[in-house]
Ligand binder design. Structure first.
Ligand SMILES: *Cc1c(COP(=O)(O)O)cnc(C)c1O
Length: 403
């Protein structure tokens, strides 16, 4: 698909906002673990649209649910309710609250919106201070950005909604020192995906739960990336025995259909009252139908357990190559950060793409992978080989420039 009038990169540059840089490829279609570009080249997708397409691309269950819902009832305002919206809220509430605390769900269309809702909810406690984590990421809208740490994301947009302080991720003593009786909430990711797949040290989330409970502050767990099977658990926080006050979800929830959710539990679920927050599209029945199809498929095909085993398989397959340039593989389930011994991740990521693999380099020394949960062991093994070759080729100067 080339020729006059089809110069996609130039047209992209001319027509789109320059927020993302040049697209790596222009893609035309996808199925399962594979995507094809407009020139017909096939790639194996080990990024899943950044941890989104948990069921793989074009999953028939999602397609069927979305088409059927579009044909039956496409959109109503939030003056009305729909069965898929109510059912999905019940299902998410049950996941977040195995202890049976009441759960109240606010639906939006993205992770940032889920976190915006959570941020507003914390203000209704009557307190305004929030403790967020160094290296944390929560989205790009002003509220979500205010609790996001990365200075280059934040600084051009200051002043952001206050009063946010940052504590080192995983440091219980520092968190205890940062939280007091004026703290509205602590926001934390169980696994920090954007900062290179850093897993909270064992016990950190439970310590955060104890510290917030003692201070009368809310524990807001951002599971936008870690949740819904990605890390081998329905919710990492709940699996680790923690009972949060707020859980935010998005990425995997719609398998690519935009939807986000802010789940408020127990007393936190009583803070929003009519008029406190709103959205036109949030809770749309088509998005809710997509979410229900995802939850059903994850359960029926036992993909959450599969993610745990497949993730361990991938880590072992990479370790077995014993490439001295690969320092370690961290993460949980099928959200993995491959830490390189040198800051060559961008060039390695380019070499992988040339070899037909989609991954990403969130840090100069980290390759992140988040394959769909339907990935096969053979594909994981093939990736381990391709990664080994890409790392070696870049280090030998055969491919690209070491960044
Ligand atoms: C991606 C992400 C977000 C933001 O989600 P968007 O849909 O891009 O707004 C928030 N929190 C975490 C942990 C994420 O990984």
């Amino acid at each position: 698909m080339t020729g006059p009038g089809l110069d996609w990169p130039a047209r992209y540059h001319a027509a789109l906002a320059h927020t993302f840089g040049a697209p790596r490829r222009v893609l035309a279609r996808a199925e399962g673990t594979h995507v094809w570009d407009v020139d017909g080249r096939c790639y194996t997708d080990f990024l899943s649209g950044i941890a989104v397409t948990v069921l793989g691309h074009a999953h028939p269950a999602v397609g069927a649910a979305v088409s059927a819902q579009l044909g039956q009832l496409d959109h109503v305002s939030n003056f009305f309710a729909t069965p898929p919206q109510i059912t999905l809220a019940e299902r998410l509430g049950a996941l977040a609250s195995p202890d049976g605390r009441p759960a109240h769900v606010f639906f939006g269309n993205s992770g940032a919106e889920a976190n915006e809702a959570a941020f507003k909810l914390t203000r209704l406690t009557g307190r305004t201070r929030i403790v967020a984590m160094e290296d944390g990421f929560h989205g790009r809208t002003m509220g979500a950005l205010a609790v996001t740490h990365h200075p280059s994301y934040r600084e051009p947009f200051a002043p952001l909604p206050g009063e946010v302080v940052f504590a080192p991720y995983g440091d219980v003593d520092a968190l205890r020192a940062a939280v007091d009786a004026t703290t509205a909430a602590v926001v934390v990711e169980p696994v920090q995906g954007e900062s290179g797949v850093k897993v909270a040290p064992p016990g950190f989330l439970s310590a955060a739960r104890a510290i917030t409970a003692e201070a009368g502050a809310l524990l807001w767990v951002d599971e936008v990336q870690s949740g819904l099977g990605r890390c081998g658990e329905w919710l990492v926080s709940v699996a680790d025995g923690v009972a949060p006050d707020i859980v935010t979800l998005a990425k995997g929830l719609g398998n690519g259909f935009p939807i986000g959710a802010c789940i408020a539990l127990g007393a936190a679920g009583e803070l929003f009252t009519p008029g406190s927050h709103g959205t036109t599209f949030g809770g749309n029945p088509v998005a809710a139908a997509a979410g229900l199809a995802v939850l059903d498929t994850l359960r029926d095909e036992q993909l959450v357990e599969a993610a745990r085993n497949l993730g361990d398989h991938l880590a072992a397959a990479i370790a077995a190559r014993a490439n001295p340039l690969i320092a370690l593989v961290r993460g949980r389930g099928l959200l993995r950060g491959i830490v390189l011994a040198r800051p060559i991740a961008a060039a390695v990521n380019d070499a992988l793409l040339e070899a037909g693999w989609i991954a990403n380099a969130p840090r100069p020394d980290v390759i992140r992978v988040a394959p769909p949960l339907i990935v096969t062991r053979a594909e994981l093994d093939a990736f381990a080989v391709a990664l080994d070759q890409a790392v070696t080729a870049v280090a030998d100067g055969k491919e690209g420039e070491a960044a």
